[in-house]
Write a protein that binds this ligand. Structure first.
Ligand code: ACO
Length: 209
């Protein structure tokens, strides 16, 4: 058994609507592709370089292969790949990956959402749900994330969920044509207290549904 899989979290209400996390599905192909093709200029500056062209990599035909890789990693216990839904509609992805057990019990977390829902608290809600899930049912001790210093929106999201800065990783990841510096942020179970969702609710940012 792999703690935390299948991932299911929420619902949580924020300004934009009701946010939930659920496992990625094979039938997400059309929604996933439409969003990714439409939002290339929004996503590409922040995503790790992958081989091939954006257009081909993000057609509906590309999804079954990506989906089965994600599910295989989930079954092997090294990742928790989720779809982010807003009001029941696919609007992005959140993944806990690189899961190592033993004396580490750690993993990283990453996410994207479409611009149409941007600024409505969707990523913040998704990250809070994903982080609580990883440190709770996922039984991890530490979750970290890397973010480009220029990615102000994502840094706001991470800070709201209680991630603490640990340092600057120089020329860490190949993104948008260059090896880019990334800030390393993290949160451990000891620091997590009542959890990220409870903090968002207490501050009035989110409401439980
Ligand atoms: N300066 C200051 N604040 C900003 C700026 C800016 N330039 N841009 C956005 N913000 C604020 C917003 O106003 C909002 O704060 P508010 O609630 O006080 O208004 C906050 O940043 C964003 O919070 P959300 O609304 O929860 O985030 P959103 O749903 O818009 O998603 C995200 C943000 C995930 C960065 C989205 O734009 C996206 O997917 N971008 C492309 C991919 C990406 O960058 N993914 C993250 C990579 S890093 C990682 O995965 C750890």
């Amino acid at each position: 058994a792999h703690p935390g899989w299948p991932i299911q979290a929420g619902p949580l209400r924020v300004r934009a609507g009701v946010v939930t996390l659920r496992p990625v599905r094979r039938r997400d192909a059309r929604d996933w592709s439409a969003l990714r093709l439409h939002e290339r200029d929004h996503l590409e500056p922040w995503e790790p370089t992958v081989e091939g062209q954006w257009r081909e990599n993000n057609t509906a035909r590309a999804w079954p292969g990506i989906h089965s890789t994600l599910r295989r990693h989930a079954r092997a216990g090294v990742s928790l790949p989720a779809a982010i839904e807003l009001d029941g509609r696919f609007c992005g992805q959140l993944t806990v990956g690189g899961i190592v057990r033993g004396a580490l019990h750690s993993g990283w977390i990453g996410y994207w959402v479409g611009r149409r829902v941007g600024g409505g608290g969707v990523a913040t809600a998704a990250l809070a749900l994903g982080l609580d899930h990883a440190l709770g049912p996922g039984a991890l001790h530490r979750v970290d994330a890397t973010v480009r210093p220029e990615n102000t929106a994502s840094r706001v999201v991470l800070e709201r969920c209680g991630f603490r800065e640990e340092g600057l990783l120089r020329r860490y990841l190949h993104v948008d044509g260059e090896w880019r510096d990334h800030l390393l942020v993290a949160r451990t179970r000891e620091e997590h207290g009542r959890g990220a969702v409870a903090s968002l609710v207490a501050s009035g940012f989110a409401r439980r549904v």
